[in-house]
Design a protein around this ligand. Structure first.
Ligand code: G3P
Length: 222
């Protein structure tokens, strides 16, 4: 299973990469907007992200008509080899997915909330599909059962579109996505950090180090 970070924050990205657990990255207009408050501009922020991330980086278009999406996609693709174009799941989005597939440009169909949407974007040629689990949980639906259903349907028909579990809010989402066999989990930095922390690990390490201190140091030379 691959882990992507869902952020545009350079400090978080650099720290996550140093752990050896980041296979790629996703952004959206909200995440980019959060990082554009200072002096930086879009091109230098994204250029740096594309340079340091060791894998695909999803950048989202903001046009709502397919012609505009394709124009944006062409410009974004020039920023780096590893750019994946994030396209909203609408009828205009389907047209853009189909065109971009013909142009050999990788795409990520975003804002997916149903199995039928996942089927449609796969048929249109999406490289990745991003079902949003947290936002379904927010409205008292079961986000993770959507992942299970998409996985079953994609397996039924040997569909190659890769499932990116998105809108992850906590470590249980990541564990469940892995048990279902989703291809990728994209998560905020704080969720990735929580995956490694365990109070019993901290407690155990503290005890080992305390016991080690009890040994006469002369006996430890080697
Ligand atoms: O990048 C899309 C997605 O991960 C958004 O998450 O928490 O805003 O629903 P969230």
């Amino acid at each position: 299973m691959k882990f992507f970070l869902d952020t545009a924050n350079l400090d978080e990205i650099k720290e996550g990469i140093s752990w050896g657990c980041v296979d790629g990255l996703t952004t959206n207009p909200t995440l980019i907007s959060k990082e554009m408050k200072g002096d930086g501009d879009f091109k230098s922020l994204v250029g740096e992200i594309l340079r340091i991330v060791p894998g695909p980086v999803s950048l989202e278009v903001t046009s709502t008509e397919h012609e505009g999406m394709i124009q944006e996609a062409k410009k974004l693709k020039k920023l780096g080899e590893n750019v994946v174009i994030k396209i909203p799941t609408t009828i205009e989005g389907l047209k853009a997915l189909k065109e971009l597939k013909k142009m050999n440009i990788d795409t990520n169909a975003t804002l997916v909330f149903s199995v039928n949407q996942a089927l449609m974007v796969a048929k249109a040629g999406a490289t990745y599909v991003s079902p949003f689990v947290g936002r379904l949980d927010d409205i008292s639906e079961d986000g993770m059962s959507l992942i299970e259903d998409i996985k079953t349907v994609y397996d039924n028909y040997s569909i190659e579109t890769k499932i990116i579990v998105a809108s992850i809010r906590h470590p249980v989402h990541v564990r469940d996505a892995a048990l279902i066999g989703a291809d990728i989990a994209t998560m905020p930095f704080d969720v990735m950090k929580k995956l490694i922390n365990h109070p019993k690990t901290d407690e155990g390490l503290k005890r080992f180090l305390e016991d080690w201190e009890k040994i006469d140091k002369k006996k430890l030379r080697f």
